[in-house]
Design a protein around this ligand. Structure first.
Ligand code: C2E
Ligand code: CA
Ligand code: CA
Ligand code: CA
Length: 267
């Protein structure tokens, strides 16, 4: 019956989570002992108003049982278990040498749990120094839900890092709760318009107006604007002509492993 079916589904999803948890823990043990892990750091280019590569965003991948697992599947589990803290540091250790080698700005995604961890600012500064990578080329992507947490604490950490040159970018802008007045009190230098807005804008007039107002608002706040999820030339040209500073999306580049990305830079 339905209840039984529901129960079976629940049990199987709990078992799946449990397997995922154990596999994640094993990966971390590998990282800690210096063994190769299944994690990979991929990069996706951001392009400027002449559609030239101007930097990239780092996106984690996990190769597990011959499958490439997308972050949406394992990041929430890693967050729940606190494993996101060492995983995040591992990502920063992949990002720092790329910054050093290319002199390009690279964005690093950070979840609230990571950000609010006591050692967060120290870890960022230590790792960047270790690789001799300039802090002014690190963009930390935070999401709106971080701003729901202890605002004074968040602000203090952001100011501490920003005073040393680190930049902050507000990711998925428009999808969550945004208190614009509070946002203005924070050292955020870049807004990333979520791909949902970019894509809907080309389907309805009302959504086009929404996108236009978001761009206008960001420009009034003197923030640099990145549009993500750009999939067509039409979208790219429209966004560029509306004053969006950087474009990111499959139309230009799909995410790729660091060595491949470095090669596209040379071409
Ligand atoms: P996000 O930060 O919003 O990253 C953008 C997502 O959009 C990426 O998915 C990217 O592959 C995808 N994307 C880029 N261009 C296009 C496009 O033109 N069309 C479409 N349909 N999609 C596009 P991905 O790599 O699967 O990452 C999903 C989410 O996982 C990220 O969303 C981010 O929130 C999280 N994430 C990824 N890497 C990390 C990490 O190292 N740490 C943390 N804490 N979160 C991460
Ligand atoms: Ca992001
Ligand atoms: Ca995003
Ligand atoms: Ca997103």
């Amino acid at each position: 019956d339905q209840v039984q079916q529901y129960r079976d589904k629940m049990i199987s999803s709990i078992q799946q989570d449990y397997r995922l948890e154990n596999a994640l823990r094993r990966e971390l043990a590998n990282i800690k002992t210096g063994k190769a892990s299944g994690f990979e750091c991929w990069l996706q280019s951001k392009v400027d108003d002449r559609y030239r590569i101007a930097g990239a965003e780092a996106l984690i991948r996990w190769r597990h049982d011959n499958e490439l697992i997308r972050p949406d599947h394992f990041i929430p589990v890693a967050e729940r278990l606190g494993l996101i803290i060492p995983i995040g540091e591992w990502m920063l250790r992949q990002v720092a040498p790329v910054i050093k080698a290319t002199g390009l700005p690279i964005a690093w995604n950070v979840s609230p749990k990571q950000f609010l961890h006591e050692q967060f600012a120290d870890t960022v500064l230590t790792v960047m120094r270790e690789y001799n990578a300039p802090l002014s080329l690190l963009f930390i992507e935070i999401t709106e839900n971080l701003l729901l947490h202890d605002h004074d604490k968040v602000r203090a950490i952001m100011h501490q890092l920003n005073s040393k040159g680190v930049n902050f970018s507000l990711d998925d802008f428009g999808t969550g709760y945004s208190n614009l007045r509070r946002l203005q009190l924070l050292p955020v230098s870049e807004l990333k318009i979520d791909r949902e807005f970019v894509q809907n804008a080309f389907e309805s007039h009302r959504d086009r107006n929404l996108l236009d107002s978001m761009i206008l608002m960001a420009r009034h706040m003197r923030l640099s604007i990145v549009a993500e999820g750009v999939e067509t030339q039409l979208q790219a040209d429209y966004l560029r002509d509306s004053g969006v500073d950087l474009l990111q999306g499959f139309h230009f580049h799909k995410p790729s492993p660091i060595p491949d990305w470095l090669q596209t830079l040379d071409n």
